[in-house]
Design a protein around this ligand. Structure first.
Ligand code: HMG
Ligand code: MG
Length: 298
């Protein structure tokens, strides 16, 4: 009962770069995103319109948005925390706004400097204005399994946040295993709860691969009918406000799994390999993806 088609959102240019200490020049970001635009992927989260003091690696968000080539087959999204971020994103060009908050109070506070309750009205306004501008909106919910500060997060706490986001008008929800700690039984428990409330088409899973569990968790999610996943080229990534969090599951590894299972993605592995080697070279270090390393050495 696995899906025949899986839709991947490439988050490398956003989640992948946000925690990097090495500055990637705007021209290199643009060239790299243009390569990704030609890879067959249908959605690219290309940057964040957040306070550059918090995320210096993406301080050139506007410039990147203005300079990237727009493939009409690709939906371009960006992370926006507030109306200021949305205004900048609309000016730079987005098809979809990604709003974000956390199921855990402490992580929310550390990540966006506000309590969960104080975040709701801000996000509500962003969603309203993004919708008025004719954009899609994804709502990210972080720390859906474990919080680095509070420990286990119950599925009901996740549901509570999702319910608000849907009420405000998001099109879908991306559930983040921010610190890459979940094992498949936790995924089962969360999805059991989520699926009593929301159609599976509206749920995206966003796994970080800190402990090497992401592929197992993707497999489990697909057994629940989930067919939308976020991944990052080469396995780049991590949240600076979640200690110890490392990269997203690598697009390269996910493609190896899916294509091996006979599941279609529309993405060309050779193009992904090429784009991985490009950014690996610019960062001057080996990226975590095992498939990337294998192919590069073969
Ligand atoms: P704040 O400091 O509380 O904001 O930050 P403020 O409203 O008091 O404003 C302070 C300053 O920030 C002002 O500038 C604003 O103009 C500026 P100043 O007057 O001091 O010069 N500012 C902005 N500048 C540019 N763009 C904006 C913006 N907003 C305010 N949009 C804020 C609140 C939310 C802005 C801040 O906490 C922030 O930027 N946080 C971002 C944190 C972040 O990006 N974290 C990583 C992404 S989340 C993630 O990785 C998880 C995810 O992948 C899923 C998962 O893995 O679980 C999505
Ligand atoms: Mg993330």
């Amino acid at each position: 009962n696995l899906p025949q088609y899986v839709q991947i959102k490439e988050v490398g240019p956003r989640d992948g770069l946000q925690n990097e200490k090495t500055w990637i020049d705007t021209a290199d970001k643009v060239a790299w995103i243009n390569m990704l635009s030609e890879s067959g992927v249908k959605e690219i989260e290309y940057t964040s319109f957040v306070n550059p003091k918090w995320i210096p690696a993406l301080a050139d968000a506007r410039e990147v948005g203005k300079r990237i080539m727009r493939n009409p087959d690709v939906s371009y999204s960006a992370l926006v925390p507030n109306v200021k971020g949305l205004d900048l994103a609309l000016e730079a060009g987005i098809d979809r706004a990604s709003v974000f908050m956390s199921a855990s109070e402490t992580h929310n506070l550390k990540n966006i400097n506000k309590s969960i309750d104080d975040t709701y009205p801000i996000i509500k306004q962003v969603i309203h204005q993004a919708k008025q501008a004719g954009k899609f909106v994804t709502g990210y919910v972080s720390t859906v399994f474990d919080c680095p500060h509070e420990g286990k997060i119950a599925p009901n706490e996740v549901h509570r946040v999702c319910e608000k986001l849907f009420e405000y008008g998001v099109d879908d929800i991306s559930l983040g295993d921010t610190i890459g700690s979940a094992v498949p039984t936790q995924v089962e428990q969360l999805l059991e709860t989520m699926m009593t409330y929301y159609p599976k088409e509206k749920i995206i899973m966003h796994f970080h691969d800190t402990r090497g569990m992401a592929i197992a968790n993707i497999m489990t999610s697909m057994q629940y009918g989930i067919h939308r996943f976020d991944s990052s080229i080469g396995g780049l990534g991590g949240c600076p406000y979640a200690p110890g969090a490392s990269g997203n599951v690598a697009t390269n590894d996910v493609l190896y799994l899916l294509h091996g299972l006979g599941i279609h993605t529309g993405i060309y592995e050779d193009k992904v390999q090429e784009a991985s080697l490009f950014i690996q070279d610019k960062l001057g270090k080996a990226l975590p993806s095992r498939s990337l390393a294998y192919l590069a050495s073969a």
